[in-house]
Design a protein around this ligand. Structure first.
Ligand code: ADP
Ligand code: MG
Length: 264
């Protein structure tokens, strides 16, 4: 069999069967490049496998990002540190290595609206996906509603299990609206299940000491805080909203461009 002529169709069928779609699609090109450059068998195999591996990795990252349900796709590299001096670039770079994920530590991003909390959370989530981890993004309110709905259908246990699977769970916008009592309770159950097993990233516009009001119950709030903060890195972000700053700067640009005309 090995020395018989193999048709193009047969090769493509085998590559598809082996789940090597890139090679199946690029077979002609790969063979042409090998022939034109006079590659050795080893070089040919290396080039062919490398193409497949690069594509496979890109597919994995793209599927991972889609499954995470990010509100937007931004990376840590897209974060403009010169516009945000209160965030230490070295610390962000270190977080980008995902060592904290391996140790099931948490990251808490605090600061006023528009300073880049969600951007950094998504960027850290993308870095975790790149590193091979599963990531899920939810708003705090969406998450609690999801848990309460599951609870009322008698499916809370299954939902909690599902939400414990991703290595990183991003909980965005904690504190924009206070939870109902039942909400704080299901939230506590989730945090307590993930404690020391999987990482959580929480973003909030409220100081940690105000979380009691957010959860509407000081005892539950303390229990949640205890677990979230035990192994955690807290980043306080200050400054004005990036969007407003951009707007203001473009406003300035415009007025500079349309300099006042001399009086007629
Ligand atoms: P927050 O979650 O703190 O309210 P966001 O992360 O949603 O703020 O940021 C608002 C917008 O501004 C987003 O589009 C984000 O990508 C952008 N942004 C904020 N800070 C920066 C920054 N330092 N560099 C680049 N883009 C930024
Ligand atoms: Mg946000």
């Amino acid at each position: 069999m090995s020395e018989k002529q193999v048709t193009h169709e047969q090769l493509v069928a085998w590559l598809s069967r082996l789940k090597l779609p890139t090679l199946a699609a690029q077979l002609d090109d790969v063979l042409d490049v090998a022939a034109n450059r006079g590659l050795t068998h080893r070089e040919f195999l290396g080039m062919a496998l490398e193409r497949e591996v690069i594509d496979k990795e890109a597919r994995r990252v793209s599927i991972g990002a889609r499954m995470a349900r990010f509100p937007f796709r931004k990376t840590l590299a897209d974060f403009d540190h010169s516009a945000q001096p209160s965030v230490d670039p070295g610390r962000v770079r270190e977080l980008g290595t995902c060592r904290w994920v391996a140790h099931a530590e948490n990251v808490v991003l605090l600061g006023p609206p528009g300073v880049g909390k969600t951007h950094l959370a998504v960027g850290l989530g993308m870095a975790a996906i790149d590193a091979g981890h599963r990531v899920t993004f939810r708003t705090a309110l969406g998450l609690v509603n999801e848990l309460l709905a599951a609870h009322s259908e008698g499916a809370l246990e299954a939902r909690l299990k599902e939400l414990c699977k991703p290595k990183v769970l991003i909980i965005d916008e904690l504190g924009y609206l206070p939870f109902e009592r039942d909400g704080a309770h299901v939230f506590f159950q989730l945090i307590s299940r993930r404690y020391e097993k999987g990482s959580v990233i929480i973003t909030s516009n409220r100081a940690v000491r105000e979380w009691g009001e957010v959860f509407g119950d000081a005892v539950v709030a303390t229990a949640i805080l205890d677990r979230v903060l035990h192994h955690s890195q807290v980043l306080m972000i200050r400054g004005e909203s990036y969007r407003l700053k951009e707007k203001r700067q473009s406003g300035l640009m415009k007025s500079a461009l349309s300099s006042p005309q001399p009086e007629q």
